[in-house]
Design a protein around this ligand. Sequence first.
Ligand code: DGL
Length: 282
Amino acid sequence: MFKPAGTVPIGIFDSGVGGLSVWKEAIKILPGHNFIYFADSAYSPYGPRSEEEIVERSAKITEFFISQGVGMVIIACNTATSAAIAPLRERFAIPFIGMEPAVKPAAALTKSGVIGVLATKGTLSGRLYNRTLNLFASDVKVVEVVGTGLVPLVESGKTSGKEVEDLLEKYISPMVDMGADYIVLGCTHYPFLRDAIQKIAGESVTLLDPAPAVARHMYKVAKENKLIDPIGRDNILGVNLYKSCYMDTQFFSSGSTAILERMARKVIPEIPDSCFKSKRLT
Ligand code: DGL
């Protein structure tokens, strides 16, 4: 596919396939752009890992991205953002954008005064999240729940069915029982469970996923850093050729690519096998 001069690839990584929920929004905004997606599946889940380990993995992935010509990184993982965005910014001279649970809009929009936050232990105990809570959610009741076991379910390709619903019931029902009318999906894997979560929470509860806002922010930062074609051909190409833009993302996994292929093809079914590669990064 024709690539206008001046477009620089954008790297997106996560502990596994969860960051595809961010990639999906990113390609809506820059459909003709080159993306490189890295799933650190051999080290998933990040949630129970130490901050040091997550920083080390994130730095290795960033080095790989830079070797591929990447000019900006989206940390499409709340847990890795919390642990690693500051050290990555110190160490590498390219822009990083990260995830943050959508607590601010939830706190602003709630009518019941109760919001639920479903995230990993690493995210909920992190400085970033707790700073956001203090700044924006001090007036509302926040029901925090650690989604233990959900990331491995998504990583094994299970996004619906009894096993998923039984586990979600344990996590979501207490939030609803306590009156939550907004539930923040604080992990990029959870949008894949959206239907099951909505079924348990009921239609009156709104689920908030920060991915669309992160994708808009990506566009702004990419433009400021001159990573996209100055006359906007990234967009024009994408509008015209949306169906074939899968050619512009290369997918890597530190483990097997099987689930990555399956989940990415839920977004764009035609992605060819040649776009998926294993890359151990030890
Ligand atoms: N998608 C990651 C996040 O947003 C998953 C964390 C994990 O691997 O435990 O937090």
